[in-house]
Design a protein around this ligand. Structure first.
Ligand SMILES: Cc1ncc(COP(=O)(O)O)c(C=O)c1O
Length: 397
């Protein structure tokens, strides 16, 4: 049986374990193409490493800065996969990319400071700014020729702006930034003395047509005010283990991050077993990611073909992520009304666009996660098609 065959998706277990809008939170019979979390069990190497650790029977305190071998594994993988040259001493393992974003915001933002948050983007950018008492300033991120149009970005910078949030690759658009885009953003940061919160959690899930370019490609010297997060949830399917890291190139800034993270008091930090899993991911499981990507590419292309034959819905082709972000404005209803309708009439759960998850600019869109089997995806898209035809009939569209 191949790794990404339908038989490997264990819906009975998922119904007990997969939360956050997924199988365990939808009524029986509903297909959730919702939160970005694979439907597949993790690579065997992750389980083996965890079992070996568990079998020793000790669950003592870990080094406050995380296991050195974990930090080294992350540094090696960042360099081998993405050409990011990061000193392992400037990598802080932490309990999720989400937590890393909060720590970055709380370290560098003061109450009343402004952070530029793209609209749409994952809600954690806005939430982390708010948690720091800062003001998220929404930049309407419009897609133009398959890229985010940054030509108006500078207009959103005020004397209070202190940070720009960069989601590369971008969730929910699935866009990989071009080098000139990163240059543009960096140029503004240099001109106005801003920090960058650089979220690369999606940087492994990039399709071959448009290779990933990290902001570090501009040179580490220029990235002294860039604070990055990576996480293991998207590439390796260990969201429940809460594993991630913050990294940077500036030693003083790193110390501030460490202090704010509370790892030194043991009030913060990441569980030992999550670090063991994370180390196995970095050292042994990129073959799994590569196979996953090949599977995802087939799913993406199939889903796009299906969507292109459905009336009134349109969708751009993502260069990265396992997310589609179709426009549903032609139905003349809100995103919430559209997704509620599908849930009720055809038992399909999608993530609604709109204020809650991605910002007001995502109104009129919905998000489809395709990190599942070809069979479940087909069933989900069959239901979407049926729902769309029902809607058209009912409303005389
Ligand atoms: C862009 C982005 N950043 C951060 C996260 C959070 O990841 P984690 O599970 O490591 O907290 C997600 C999860 O969906 C995401 O899409």
């Amino acid at each position: 049986m191949a790794l990404f065959d339908n038989e490997n998706v264990n819906v009975d277990v998922l119904k007990k374990r997969a939360f956050n809008y997924r199988w365990a939170e939808v009524p029986d019979g509903t297909i959730p193409l919702t939160a970005a979390d694979p439907d597949y069990p993790v690579a065997p190497e992750i389980r083996e490493a965890m079992m070996a650790y568990i079998n020793d029977g000790y669950f003592s305190y870990t080094p406050k800065m995380g296991y050195p071998e974990f930090r080294e594994s992350i540094a090696r993988a960042l360099y081998a996969r993405k050409q990011e040259k990061i000193d392992p001493d400037l990598i802080l393992p932490i309990d999720s990319a989400a937590r890393g974003m909060y720590v970055i915001a709380e370290t560098f933002l003061r109450p009343g400071d402004e952070m530029i948050v793209f609209d749409p983007v994952d809600y954690l950018f806005k939430e982390s700014a708010l948690a720091a008492g800062a003001v998220p300033v929404l930049f309407p991120a419009v897609l133009k020729d398959g890229h985010i149009d940054l030509s108006e970005l500078e207009k959103y910078i005020t004397p209070k702006t202190r940070m720009i949030g960069l989601c590369n690759p971008h969730n929910p658009y699935g866009v990989v930034y071009r080098k000139e885009d990163l240059e543009h953003i960096m140029g503004l940061c240099e001109k106005y003395g801003l920090y960058i919160m650089n979220d690369e959690i999606w940087s492994d899930i990039v399709f071959p047509e448009k290779p990933f370019i990290s902001i570090y490609a501009l040179g580490n010297e220029r990235c002294r005010r860039v604070y990055s997060v990576f996480g293991f949830s998207k590439s390796f399917g260990i969201a429940g283990l809460r594993a991630g890291c913050v990294y940077c190139t500036d030693r003083d800034g790193f110390e501030k991050i460490v202090n704010k993270s509370a790892v030194l008091t043991t009030a913060g930090g990441i569980a030992s077993i999550s670090q063991i899993a994370g180390t196995a991911c970095m050292d042994k499981c990129y073959y799994w990611v590569d196979e996953f990507l090949a599977h995802l590419k087939k799913n993406r292309d199939y889903a796009l073909e299906r969507l292109s034959s459905m009336p009134l819905i349109t969708c751009h082709k993502p260069q990265a992520t396992y997310l589609l972000f179709p426009c549903i404005k032609e139905f003349g209803m809100t995103s919430e009304e559209f997704t509620d309708y599908l849930k009720e009439k055809v038992q399909l759960a999608l993530v609604s666009g709109g204020e809650q998850f991605f910002g007001p600019g995502s109104q009129g869109y919905c998000r489809i996660c395709f990190a599942t089997s070809a069979e479940i995806l087909k069933e989900g898209l069959d239901r979407l098609e049926k729902g769309i035809h029902l809607l058209i009939q009912e409303r005389n569209l």
